[in-house]
Design a protein around this ligand. Structure first.
Ligand code: VAH
Length: 316
């Protein structure tokens, strides 16, 4: 059985649906602090309200379900994190610590924990950022993810635990809304476009960021988790990416289908966060170790996003 913590989030929703398709609904327990955007998860399989800071409830769930894998996705993301630094540090670090301790105590066979390009900072080489390089994150979220990588690698090596991780770029999908990231604009813009509304972007027009379409994020996560353990050489977190684009570029891509779509720019505090992150990522180590290969580029993602959002809008 698999426990997905943070199952109602942007990634958690889609990962839970995908895991239930693969393993069967009853095998995948969805857990979150609340049933937020997706009650469908509670209807299609086991659902538990869980606060990752509650170690006793975590232990109770381990006893109740005897899960052998955990996908620990619960975290406060970069933009929200800067508004509540101490809360973010507590949730992100104490939450991960509780999961790692449970994994050690119960002998959980395999753990997935997401990191992010947010672990890189202003002094990290920003073009084609390598797997091993300078890392000086200056957001609480990024600091918590870098510390988390160090802890995951320490537990994996010292206690021989099978903990695996990816440094996600911005993720874009139509099945679930993002929750408080700096890259959320890349989802919001598509919703505005299909509603026939202009989009006011909180990042400057030429702010390049590494991005990935959700089907590729699911593919990377499951390819990593299904790879034989001996292929996983990186126990901190793997660089992965699919593309890089700026708000101006994704707007132009949308205009090839919706010619009168308009965008304006009004950078806010999230511009500084984006400016501290890489513009592109070198994921050659993931390609070598477990054959990572994305399927979606900007044109293909744009077409799929618009088609599916327009279907949702039409209630199909
Ligand atoms: C965020 N979507 O913006 C997340 C992600 C790379 C960005 O970590 O905080």
């Amino acid at each position: 059985k698999i426990l997905v913590i943070g199952a109602c989030g942007q990634l958690g929703t889609e990962l839970t649906l995908e895991l239930r398709k693969l393993y069967g609904n009853a095998q995948v327990i969805a857990a979150d602090i609340a049933i937020s955007q997706h009650t469908a998860l509670a209807e299609s399989g086991p659902f538990e309200i869980l606060d990752v800071l509650d170690r006793h409830h975590l232990a109770d769930l381990a006893y109740k379900y005897e899960f052998t894998q955990i996908y620990h996705l619960a975290a406060v993301l970069s933009a929200t994190g800067e508004k509540r630094p101490k809360f973010t540090w507590k949730i992100n670090m104490k939450g991960l610590e509780n999961i790692l301790d449970l994994t050690l105590e119960k002998g959980i066979a395999k753990v997935y924990w997401p990191s992010s390009i947010a672990v890189f900072g202003p002094n990290t080489p920003r073009h084609y950022t390598p797997q091993h390089t300078i890392m000086d994150p200056n957001t609480v979220y990024g600091i918590s993810k870098l510390t988390g990588e160090r802890f995951c690698e320490y537990y994996a090596n010292r206690y021989k635990l099978d903990i695996r991780s990816l440094r996600y770029p911005g993720l874009i999908g139509y099945k679930a809304l993002p929750g408080g990231g700096t890259t959320d604009y890349a989802v919001d813009i598509f919703h505005k476009a299909v509603e026939g509304q202009p989009y006011e972007c909180y990042l400057a027009e030429n702010t390049y960021l590494p991005m990935m379409y959700m089907p590729d994020a699911l593919k990377a996560t499951l390819d990593l988790m299904h790879a034989p353990a001996e292929k996983i050489k990186i126990r901190s977190s793997y660089n992965v990416t699919a593309m890089s684009f700026s708000p101006a570029e994704v707007a132009a891509s949308i205009r090839s289908s919706i010619p009168n779509f308009e965008i304006t720019y009004k950078p806010d505090y999230r511009q500084q966060i984006a400016a501290s992150w890489p513009e592109s990522i070198n994921d050659s180590v993931a390609q070598q170790d477990w054959n990572w290969q994305p399927d979606y580029d900007l044109p293909r993602m744009t077409q799929d996003m618009l088609e599916n959002l327009q279907k949702q809008k039409a209630g199909l």
